[in-house]
Ligand binder design. Sequence first.
Ligand code: EPU
Length: 446
Amino acid sequence: MASQTAPVAVSDQIKTRAYQVKGGRPLKGEVVLSGAKNAATKQLVAAILADEPVILHNIPMIGDVSATIEMLQGLGVGVTVEGHTVTIDPRTLKTSQVSEALSRKNRIPILLMGPLIHRFGEASIPALGGCKIGPRPVDIHLAGLEKMGAEITEGEGYYKAKCKKLKAAMIELRFPSVMATETLILAAVKAKGTTVITNAAVEPEILDTAKLLQSMGAIINLETNRTWVIQGVEKLTGAEHSVIPDRIEAASFGIAAALTKGSIFVRHARQDDLLSFLNAIRRVGVPFKVESEGILFGCNDEYNPIVLETDTHPGFMTDWQQPFVMLLTQAKGVSIVHETIFEDRFGYTESLVKMGANIQLHSDCLGSKECRFKHQNFLHSCIISGPTPLKAAEICIPDLRAGFSYLLAALMADGESRVTGVELIERGYEDIINKLQKLGADIKTE
Ligand code: EPU
């Protein structure tokens, strides 16, 4: 088994642009959700498994999509962008080597392992990047690929894989990793035989990618008990698919309404994908109304403290945790949030404390259950006491989701804040300045 290289955070590379935000204005009106980042980027890669062009609609124009497109173009794939529709033409794919210049940009390249092995019998993937929220190894991806017959070696800054023909396997994941599940699905759809992936991730974004693959000709099923069953086929064809709306963006704007004492109709927000989020905000006291075209989020004079645990789907997403912690800074009393997915995803709270929040981090598993980080000294639980008014500050974004929670802090703080490192937000939130301005926010780019 190959060893791992720690990813370099994008935040270590870019801290250039900034937003100026004057807090205190209620956000009111409507926002239209963009396509989900964590489905779109995967589907751009999945498309190269076809023998014909694949048309993807509702692709968000965000930093991670640009990086994925750049990567595919570097491999020779034809890419046409028209508004939010991207056509991927895999017929011109010419190399199995992902450029090392794309090293440490994000985590998407690992997904190319299966598609490139299918086409060339080999793949070379540069070191991965991504948000700095824990070590983020790829052992589960690689162990699964090895079970399917790939021979993997790791060198300074790359992973290489070789295999004449991937074969089906019974693969039990040691943790239901989202991208490991996706890596193995993309390897299994054209492997010889039927692959069964157990203890797998079942996030809605993965299901959406499975739908694309089925439209392309794959035989793929989600069975009970976190099990994907994939019967390999020889060939995949062109297809047309529309990416699901972004449920992380939906939650972000829902909380923005509650925190700025406003009211936001989040068009295209889907209750199915937000069940655990909606339960949590109901317990806090944030009003919402589910409508046929979206969800209307409102506000209340007072919010209740709660105890919350992040989890894999269908639990409360780790990517909702950061805006939710912001919400709990305004609840009356003591709340607890236990992060069970990433060991190091509370670093961002330090700046919130400087702005006036009362947040303490702990290495114990606080809340109702123990997690795999028990006794490992990771500061993965936090106690939040509120409500606390926030004062404006100069804050530097450490990672994408923390970035939105800093925007929320700035939008509700007294005074003018300067938020730097905004490229990280723009990796995952489309047209964010414009969307916030339309809701009445006093925010501009420097
Ligand atoms: N893990 C391993 N070994 C592996 C893979 C994962 O130990 O081989 C561990 C990770 O270290 C982590 C846990 O498993 O502790 C869960 O990680 P997972 O693999 O599920 O995360 P991911 O696939 O790398 C995706 C999203 C993240 C999201 C997580 C969890 C993408 C591009 N990223 O990451 O999204 O937080 O799933 O739902 O899909 C974001 O959008 O800002 C973001 C970070």
